[in-house]
Ligand binder design. Structure first.
Ligand code: KG4
Ligand code: ZN
Length: 338
């Protein structure tokens, strides 16, 4: 069964062709990083316009690369939330038009659900139940996942997402956008112990996160040095900040595994591409008796292959959307009740 998947929830226009929900025939991402860089963040209006320009040529290129004809595509899966409304509308309208014109099922995919299902694109597949940490520019959340499409929220960020904190700190230091990758690179040459930074909400029974206090601590540290006319130790600051974020993410995740008694962990989303996070999780997995599933970095950052996995499982359950399908800015997941 061949499926076309697309993703336009933020600043990446992405298409993929999947066979039987796991074989990736093509997976293309057109990043808008260049466009938004000079603004130090995403400008929603510009993102929507760029999606408009890219969507048709990228769809054609993806089919070509997959060596699949449009009339071989049996369903179309699209992210309809959460994300930027203008961006989502472009993708969803495209998918609806395709579904209507070809008479094929339309599958609505939640972006966060798709992020953790990215783990099923890899050779070694996790089993259920699992704990999923989704950590990206827009989201930081822990889930108890019972099945592909059934999952419960353990905790989420009360303010900034982890990736957002990376991006804001990078902007403060004038390092560019998006900040995660840049900070991570500079951190490799810094001392992670040099600057003491807070680890917010580390209590054992709380699975919510908070990163805005950590970001503010960095802002105060930098402003203080600037006021005194002293140089900012950028590498050490990047390393100390990255270590603080990773420690919070890892500690909470380990607590969640213990609390639920689950033995499989999936970590996904853009920040899951972070080397220190991946390394620390691997060390913990080796010590801690749980199985770790980390999708390759290209499946961690926004892509359409992950949307295809989720769409495929909706297709199997005949959970089709209709042409009334709407978009949404935020997800509301049911809470884990034990
Ligand atoms: O999942 P994603 O591509 O888009 C959202 O759904 O948000 O995540 C993008 C986020 C950005 O905030 C970016 O700075 C962060 O992921 N990111 C990283 C790394 N690569 C991307 N953060 C830390 N370390 C990285 N290597
Ligand atoms: Zn994402």
């Amino acid at each position: 069964m061949k499926l076309l998947a697309l993703e336009t929830s933020c600043d990446e226009t992405a298409f993929a062709v999947l066979e039987d929900g796991e074989k990736v025939c093509a997976n293309l991402v057109a990043s808008q990083e260049e466009l938004h860089r000079r603004f130090g963040g995403i400008v929603p209006e510009l993102a929507s316009r760029r999606h408009m320009e890219l969507i048709l040529p990228l769809a054609q290129e993806t089919l070509k690369e997959a060596q699949v004809r449009l009339d071989e595509i049996e369903a179309v899966a699209v992210t309809n939330g959460p994300g930027l409304i203008g961006s989502l509308v472009i993708g969803v309208s495209f998918a609806k038009a395709l579904s209507y014109a070809r008479g094929i099922p339309l599958l609505a995919v939640d972006h966060i659900n798709a992020h953790f299902l990215a783990a099923f694109l890899e050779e070694e597949k996790p089993s259920f139940p699992l704990v999923a940490l989704v950590v990206s520019g827009g989201h930081t959340a822990l889930f108890y996942v019972k099945d592909y499409l059934e999952f419960y929220l353990l905790g989420q960020t009360r303010d900034d997402a982890a990736g957002e904190a990376f991006d804001k700190v990078a902007k403060l230091l004038g390092l560019g956008y998006p900040g995660g990758r840049i900070i991570s690179r500079l951190a490799e040459e810094g001392d992670p112990e040099r600057i003491p930074l807070p680890r917010p909400l580390l209590n054992k029974d709380v699975f919510d996160f908070s990163f805005s206090g950590l970001k503010t601590a960095v802002v105060n540290f930098v402003n203080d040095l600037r006021r005194k006319g002293l140089p900012v130790p950028v590498h050490d600051l990047c390393a100390s900040f990255e270590k603080a974020v990773v420690e919070v993410l890892v500690t909470k995740t380990l607590n969640a595994l213990k609390f639920t008694g689950v033995k499989n962990l999936v970590v996904a989303g853009g920040v899951a591409a972070n080397k220190r996070l991946r390394q620390t999780l691997r060390e913990e997995a080796a010590k801690g008796g749980f199985r770790l599933f980390l999708p390759r970095p290209a499946y961690c950052t926004d892509n359409a292959a992950m949307v295809g996995v989720c769409g495929y499982h909706k297709w199997r359950r005949r959970a089709f959307a209709d042409l009334e399908l709407d978009v949404y800015a935020r997800s509301h997941f049911p809470r884990y009740q034990g």
